[in-house]
Design a protein around this ligand. Sequence first.
Ligand code: SAM
Length: 233
Amino acid sequence: MELDFIEDMFDGIARRYDLLNRLLSLRQDVYWRRSMISALDIAGPAAVLDVACGTGDVIIELIRRHPDLRQIIGLDFSMRMLHIARHKIKALGYQKNVTLVAGNGLSLPIAPGSMDAVTIAFGIRNIMDRKSALAEFYNCLKPGGKLAVLELTTPEQRFFNTIYLLYFNTILPRIGSLLSKNLGAYQYLPASVIAFPRSAAFAALMRQAGFTDIRWKKMTLGICTLHLGIKPF
Ligand SMILES: C[S@@+](CC[C@H](N)C(=O)[O-])C[C@H]1O[C@@H](n2cnc3c(N)ncnc32)[C@H](O)[C@@H]1O
């Protein structure tokens, strides 16, 4: 089953995941997460759910930027990713208001209308049933709550796109498989990014799920895109 394959794959690469992210994106991943958190513009002691939290990098950046958050829930179905997240968060002394949950983004164990913001970074691409995932995110947000979706995308400028796809389809899988010993995962990565809908099409899915004030921002020549939306009052 598709979900089992993805879960096993992330379990398999968890140990080298952070190193490979920094290396393969030339540390742009750190900048992209920070941009997402700035754009969310969270105010006061809010409650935030980070879906597909992986090794906890969004949670860590959230707490750095907003030490007064009331509650942060990180959810992921890979136990190994969660294990690393737990250690990293504890090592920084950030564990106080953080709950890490093993679960599926398609069936959130979160009370409806309880979250001020939902974030998902580099996770939605792995969830084929995006319509149901967006409906879940919408359901657990309070009216006025914000959704931020950060995802890898392909550049729109044709010349840069050609060069990027060359790197993405040939060099990246080799480095990834060398360091993670998992060629499949780093072949899946470009395939899943190429298959991800264009920004306007993803925005339309968000609109269908009920979100308003949808906007998106392309970063680093379009290799990463941030979508934002609000659950109306
Ligand atoms: C590329 S990683 C991103 C991790 C993290 N958000 C980050 O910024 O580095 C994708 C994560 O999504 C998780 N994931 C994929 N599909 C999921 C699903 N349906 N439910 C929960 N977690 C999922 C994987 O286990 C993995 O940890």
